[in-house]
Design a protein around this ligand. Sequence first.
Ligand code: ADP
Ligand code: MG
Length: 569
Amino acid sequence: MQRIRLLPEEISRKIAAGEVIERPFSAVKELVENSLDAGATEVIVELQGGGKKLIKVQDNGSGMSREDARICLERHATSKISVEADLDRISTLGFRGEALASIAAVSHLILRTFDGEGESGTLVERRGEKVLAIEDIAFPKGTSVEVGDLFFNLPARKKFMRSDQAEAGLSIRWLTGMALAFPEVRFLVTHGRREVLNCPAVGSLAERIYQLFGKETLGRLIEVDFREGARRLHGYASRPPSGRLDKNHQLFFINGRLIRDRLLQAALNQAYRGYLEKDFYPEAYLFLTLPYEEVDVNVHPAKAEVRFRESQLVFYLVLRAIETSILKQAGIKEIYPVSNSSSPRLQVKESARPIFPEAEKRLREEAPETSFLPEEKIRPETGLQVLGQYLHSYIIVATEEGLFIIDQHNAHERVLFEKYREVDAQGRWPERVPLIPLLFDLSPSQELSLRENRELLESTGFRVENMGGKSYALQSFPDIFEPEEARQVLLALLEEMKGEKVLQRREKLLATLSCRTAVKAGEFLSPEKMGYLVAELFKTSNPALCPHGRPVLLKLDKSQIERSLKRSS
Ligand code: ADP
Ligand code: MG
């Protein structure tokens, strides 16, 4: 590797400024990127206390000379760029030369490194700006950086840290992404005494997906490999009509970097429009390779975003690449494109079928009741009349005081939420045990979420057992679902409760269960069902808002109608 030097002021000023180290995850990211830049084939990450207590990253990369080890902790010390023009053709993950300096400034850092030349390796120890030691040590070729006591001198920053699990979750999610981007590198990640990621080097992305997420996931994906000149999109994405209930499994890499990007997300979603069932999102692990000069990575302090020189071009490349792959797959035979582009390309029965028939059945069976609590303004004071359904999504209700337009999904969510809360308060959910245990695989971050939320999930009847490795079996679930629904809901819950504050998790869980079991927009409702739903809605504690805080209804006062139509003065 090239020698490290300090960047001249005029270049360093041009590098996107900003706080590089915000939380343990930022340090993990910078350290692991350095290891990968150093050509490591093995990266070992140890976290203690979510990384707040300790982060250790060890690699078998190029290592550093004594001189480099001394200077690498200085601000703007980098071996990766030297002249301004280099900024336009960045091929390494790092380039700012300030990550190590920023980490060292706010932690107790011990660097050990050896480049294989000369007699011995080097140890440099710092606490904040204070150098505690520079010594010769015996060390194998490679580098290890230990970051202890992060933000010891920034108590304010410390207060913003979330729970150990939540902080670890951020790192693990990103490390999972890196493991996908570098299948040829062995990753071993532990949190406390727990191994959260252990993937030996493999020869392909498919094998890495298998290692990380299991066979079931791989089976749900199709390969994407599409080139246009020097541009390429490759990876794996959902095999229609399978998708996921959450958007957390859409990972994009641009020239090997895990990037958040709206444009790519939009292209992905557009490509799948009509191929997936309602409320399902595509899953994708996609790698975009662009000539370095077509993408600017120097726009975000943590390098999590990029700017495309020609975004149109990238959008259509992704769209075409995915559409082509979908069409190429044998799975396409099950899809019958229809001419109207706004209607789903997947043929479903005329009346949209309920996604959760069990909940639907229950709703139908429960006897319609009409009694109202008149204490709030929003509640109709006198009898109400359901006029009908509008757009298969809204229930129009007339009362003496005016008209209500009620969102059927949000209304049902509110009703179910209160019912579930009651069941929950009584402490026992009716459990259902499937005839055969339902198997599924969990990603490392989902496993983490399961560990964190197991007790909560069990209290509502979701019992999950590990079957070895990433395989799990759903042994029982709340008796409001069909087995397949239960499995999907569990996976959605694991995603949605990630990093939530403990106190809010139960509410979140109940809100999610309600949302998943509520009737959907676009679903036909019989007059009886509408009558029942409206009656139940006005019995709830807050008919105006759904448990997620979205409005349920719109009220048009009689006086307002009369005024507008000039019936009264
Ligand atoms: P940057 O990665 O932007 O160059 P850093 O502060 O992250 O800046 O690192 C400074 C320099 O230290 C790098 O340019 C590289 O030469 C050296 N370095 C850092 N980590 C490692 C490592 N794990 N192995 C070898 N060299 C490293
Ligand atoms: Mg770096």
